[in-house]
Ligand binder design. Sequence first.
Ligand code: P6P
Length: 335
Amino acid sequence: MSGIKTLGEFLIERQSDYQYATGELSRIFGAIRLASRIVNREVNKAGLADIIGETGVENIQGETQQKLDVFADEKFMEALRVRGDICGIGSEEQDDFVAFESEHSKSGKYVLLMDPLDGSSNIDVNVSIGTIFSVYRRVSQIGTPAVLGDFLQEGRKQVAAGYVIYGSSTMLVYTTGGGVNGFTYDPSIGVFYLSHPDMIIPETGNIYSINEGNYIHFPDGVKKYIKYCQEEDIETHRPYTGRYIGSLVADFHRNLIKGGIYIYPNSTKAPDGKLRLLYECNPMAFLMEQAGGIATDGKRAILDIPATDLHQRVPLFIGSKKMVEKAHEFVAEFG
Ligand code: P6P
């Protein structure tokens, strides 16, 4: 691994990418790095520990919380409270945002939104899962407790976003607006190494990722796009390959590397789609635009959608530019 940069070295080297003081960013990523290492350890032995299975507690989504969900939420919350310049957190696992009370935290200049363990229904079947995070500069006065307005900011205001994917290897992928870079974790020494510098999604691809089990509930435009993907056309390399892991971070990561489109549309079952704007769609959209792709709700750029509620849902079309543009044509013509 000689000559390959660690995450810490990279953050210092690329400090000009970050529009605010580097130390603040380093402390935030220091907290994320620590928590992801702790969560990674538990994810890797989830099959052994009595951590599998459900707490019986329901989160605001009405979903039964998996123990590892709760564990991940606690570890990221704890690490960011102590080490980051964070004055508050919004989490999929918390009904309301959490404003940290210590004087140190209240002097924090940032808030963080996260899905601490996305795709957690896959834990018991050993499929890749992930942590998604999004960082904003607070809008309320420094030195006071965080307020809801600090979290309800549109996606373009993000100062950093990324995910940790706990898969065949564990990776941290993030952006601060100067491109997307991926770091692979070496558990033998507890270090993230720069393994995927300057990640760019192919302009087109041949992978479409959508839960076709919901086909009858989709709008006509989405149905027709799915059929377009399945038609034979040598020039455009169709039929495409269908790949749906059921874990947003895993489907996103594969498409980022190979090219492709992921769609979680609105439907008669889910009029606003399923995915959350603030801690799933916005961070993934920031990453995708930085990697040269597109992220919309089928029409509007995700990053331009006003935030009105901590857990608001939006439809998501995200991936290779030409593939998302083609999907837009069907949505525009057929609704
Ligand atoms: P469905 C996991 O619950 C998640 O939020 C995403 O990670 C994933 O892409 C999607 O929901 C799967 O939802 O309805 O297809 O099972």
